[in-house]
Design a protein around this ligand. Structure first.
Ligand code: 13P
Ligand code: SF4
Length: 297
C-alpha cells in the first residue's frame, strides 16, 4: 500500500501534507509532517497541482484558501473537527454587533465562513503574537475557550470575549489528570497543548503547539516528560529523542477524525481525486485576508 501511494504520488505530482495527529503510517509517505501553522505555510508555498491534506477539513480548507488555484483533497470527506463546528457565522456576526470596537481573532480550527468574518486568524503556535499585534483593547476570540483563556492571561490590559468552543479530546485532559501524572512521574516536566482543559496550562512547564512541544522536549536537558496532547506525537518525540521518556498525560488521548486518514483512504484519494475542497470565491477572498494576515505575521 505504501509503495502504491508513493507510485501514485509521483505519477500525479501530488504534495502530501500530514498533521502530527494523522497515523504514523501516513508520516512515512508525507512530503511534510507538521503542526497546523507549518502545514498552512507549506500549502501556501506549494507548486504541485494537487495537494492531498491528511488532516481534518478546516486544515484542507485553509490550504485551498491560501493556494486557491491548486486542487486540494481531503482523503475522507467527514474528517472534521468538532471544535470548528462550535461557532457559526450567525453567532460571530452577533458577537461583532455586540462588541463593535473589538478585533476578531479566529483560531484556524473554524470554518471558512467564520474566517471570512474575522480580522486575523491564529494557530496555537502564534496566538500570543497575533494578540500582541492588535491595537484594539477588546478582542473577540473564537472558538476555543481554553486557548482564548490562555491568550487572555498574557494580556490583562485587554478585554477578551470568549465563547464555549473547545476540543472534546484536549478539553478532556484536566488539571486532575496532570496532577495524577505528576504523582506517577515526579521527575517529569509537563508539555501541554493550550487546548487542554481548565487549569492545565498553569500546571505545565511548557504550553504550545504540537511542533512547539516537540521543539521544547528536544531542547530541554530534562529526561522525562508528561505530554498533554494527542498521543501520535509521542512517536515523533521518541524518534527525535531516543534517550528521553515520554508519558501521555492520560489514556486514550486520540483524535478519531485525524485517524480516519488511513493508508487505504490516502491511496483511494490519490487514485480517484475525490473529496475535493470547493469553496465559493467570495468566502475564499474574505477568509484569505484573515489567514494571510496570520501568515505575514
Ligand atoms: P496545532 O496547531 O498544534 O497543530 O494544533 C491543531 C489542532 O487541531 C490541535 O488539536
Ligand atoms: Fe479538532 Fe481536537 Fe482533533 Fe484538533 S484534536 S483536530 S481540535 S478534534
Amino acid at each position: 500500500m505504501i509503495q502504491e501511494i508513493l507510485r501514485l504520488k509521483k505519477e500525479k505530482n501530488a504534495l502530501i501534507l500530514a498533521h502530527y495527529y494523522a497515523p504514523l503510517a501516513i508520516w512515512q509517505v508525507a512530503d511534510r509532517v507538521g503542526d497546523s501553522l507549518e502545514l498552512s505555510r507549506a500549502a501556501a508555498a506549494a507548486e504541485e497541482e494537487l495537494i492531498v491534506f491528511c488532516g481534518v477539513r478546516f486544515m484542507a480548507e485553509s490550504a485551498k484558501i491560501l493556494n486557491p488555484k491548486k486542487k486540494v483533497i481531503l482523503p475522507v470527506a467527514d474528517a472534521g473537527c468538532p471544535m470548528a463546528d462550535m461557532i457559526e457565522e450567525k453567532e460571530l456576526a452577533r458577537l461583532k454587533a455586540e462588541h463593535p470596537e473589538a478585533a476578531v481573532i479566529c483560531y484556524v480550527n473554524s470554518s471558512a465562513a467564520v474566517k471570512a468574518l474575522s480580522d486575523i486568524c491564529c494557530t496555537s503556535a502564534g496566538a500570543l503574537k497575533v494578540a500582541a499585534s492588535r491595537p484594539e483593547k477588546e478582542i473577540i476570540f473564537v472558538p476555543d475557550r481554553n486557548l482564548g483563556a490562555f491568550v487572555a492571561s498574557h494580556f490583562p490590559e485587554k478585554t477578551f470575549h470568549l465563547i464555549d468552543g473547545h476540543c472534546p479530546i484536549h478539553n478532556a485532559c484536566s488539571a486532575a489528570d496532570i496532577r495524577r501524572a505528576k504523582e506517577l512521574h515526579p521527575a517529569a516536566l509537563v508539555a501541554a497543548h493550550p487546548e487542554c482543559g481548565e487549569g492545565v496550562s498553569e500546571l505545565s512547564d511548557f504550553v504550545g503547539s504540537t511542533s512547539g512541544i516537540l521543539d521544547y522536549c528536544k531542547k530541554s536537558k530534562a529526561k522525562e516528560f508528561i505530554i498533554g496532547t494527542e498521543e501520535e506525537i509521542v512517536w515523533a518525540l521518541t524518534k527525535a529523542c531516543p534517550d528521553k521518556i515520554f508519558h501521555p498525560a492520560k489514556d486514550g488521548f486520540l483524535c478519531a477524525d485525524m485517524k480516519k486518514n488511513t493508508p487505504e483512504a490516502l491511496y483511494r484519494a490519490l487514485e480517484t481525486e475525490e473529496n475535493e475542497i470547493l469553496l465559493d470565491e467570495d468566502t475564499v477572498t474574505a477568509a484569505a485576508r484573515a489567514l494571510e494576515a496570520m501568515i505575514r505575521l
